[in-house]
Write a protein that binds this ligand. Sequence first.
Ligand code: SAM
Length: 232
Amino acid sequence: MPEPARVRGMFGSIARRYDLMNTLMTGGMHHRWRRLGLEAARLKPGDAALDVCCGTGDFSFLLFEAVGPLGSVTGVDFSRRMLEVAREKARRRGRPVDFRWGDATSLGFSDGTFDAVTVGFGVRNIPDIGRAFAEMARVVRPGGRVVCLEITRPSQKPFEQFYGIWFDRLVPALGRVISRDGSAYSYLPSSVRRFPPAPELADIMRAAGLADVSYRLLAGSIIAIHWGSVPE
Ligand SMILES: C[S@@+](CC[C@H](N)C(=O)[O-])C[C@H]1O[C@@H](n2cnc3c(N)ncnc32)[C@H](O)[C@@H]1O
């Protein structure tokens, strides 16, 4: 697992190309996956939502669609360059999302501040996943949800082969061309390989204090959406 400072440096170096790479790597499907993650958060107009590891803000902007102008959305990330891009997008789109610097394992909010917390393609980069989930659970009110959207490894044969070619070879090659820094996109497959499979991730969430933990797999089981509630 690379040091957090290295992970931050990697995301900083690809911040300006991150959205384009996401679209090329997933054929635009990443928007739909985040939308399904949003559904799992069960947010209502007027709610307060937090998006951890918000990056360039795409998940945060979706949360804003659900909570509306009477609600609030905060996005937290530890890469200032990613936050810069998110803030520029917020200005262009007229979306009053509060993008702030912060670390997922030590969130600067009081207990029970939010109705829901999301994390999209973020926990894979965090060495202590259990601590990150405990922290997300802490800042959600009782009854509120924590939702995690992440890349996972398929176990079925045809998908596994396709995945090996696409993810281990094509994505790093595309990353070298588009972002001019191959390291972030060769890091991607190794970070997914290290990441716990869906049932194990659900256990980590339970151990972090979340109840009613469940998950669904998408796109031939390469994407997992997990959710759990903070006990009442
Ligand atoms: C792959 S991007 C995901 C961005 C966004 N959530 C999305 O759906 O596209 C991962 C982000 O997590 C951030 N990150 C990784 N570890 C973090 C940590 N410990 N605390 C805060 N942000 C972190 C990185 O800076 C990066 O912006």
